[in-house]
Ligand binder design. Structure first.
Ligand SMILES: CC(C)(COP(=O)(O)OP(=O)(O)OC[C@H]1O[C@@H](n2cnc3c(N)ncnc32)[C@H](O)[C@@H]1OP(=O)(O)O)[C@@H](O)C(=O)NCCC(=O)NCCS
Length: 176
């Protein structure tokens, strides 16, 4: 089922194929917003496709993690990743603004493959420094991100009454 999937970077003349991830906001972003966002340099969208379907997509933008995003213990852990002379009040990151897998293709490891692809994209041949991947994870997707080694940036928000929760992945451990 996951054979013959290719990754393409969205362009203004990309012809959308059929896609439904079960979340209307995420479906709408792809069809209505991803091209305007690309045009204004707000995000870049990558599409996994076959000849017939869009299998999945994700959008990424520059981001940073900073002291106010984090609880104290987590920030201490983050600072400890860097030598003392490199301690700062924020660190560069890439945000996964949107990520969705077509319902037809769920639970085949595609979402995890995408996270690994993003991790690789920003440690090899990257054009800017980027130490972390961040995501405002939808509550229902938190187990998926935890399984992929993402962690809460502010543990006090783990059980908060919000639709999303900010999580991060440490890219520095892949290059040490
Ligand atoms: C979350 C999502 C991207 C995962 O994609 P996927 O290709 O199915 O992911 P994988 O096959 O790599 O991993 C699936 C794992 O994540 C878990 N998972 C995924 N969605 C989950 C959910 N809604 N609730 C609980 N667990 C979930 C699965 O239980 C599975 O765990 P297992 O391997 O231990 O059984 C996909 O379910 C999706 O597009 N959901 C709708 C949109 C969404 O929530 N996007 C995230 C926005 S932050």
């Amino acid at each position: 089922m996951t054979d013959n999937i290719r990754v393409v970077r969205l362009t203004q003349d990309y012809q959308f194929k059929s896609f439904d991830c079960g979340n209307q906001d995420l479906n709408d972003f792809l069809l209505s917003d991803s091209k305007p966002y690309l045009k204004k340099l707000l995000s870049v969208t990558y599409i996994l496709e076959t000849d017939d379907d869009i299998v999945a997509y994700f959008s990424v933008s520059n981001d940073k993690i900073s002291v106010p995003d984090s609880d104290k213990a987590t920030w201490r852990k983050i600072k400890a990743l860097f030598p003392h002379s490199k301690h700062r009040s924020d660190y560069p990151a890439v945000k996964i603004g949107r990520l969705a897998v077509n319902s037809k293709y769920r639970d085949n490891g595609i979402g995890s493959d995408i996270l690994n692809f993003v991790k690789d994209l920003f440690i090899s041949g990257n054009r800017t420094g980027c130490s972390f991947v961040t995501v405002d994870a939808l509550r229902e997707a938190i187990p998926f991100y935890l399984k992929n080694d993402f962690r809460y940036l502010d543990k006090t928000t783990a059980d908060a009454d919000t639709d999303t929760c900010l999580m991060y992945y440490d890219l520095t451990k892949l290059v040490d």
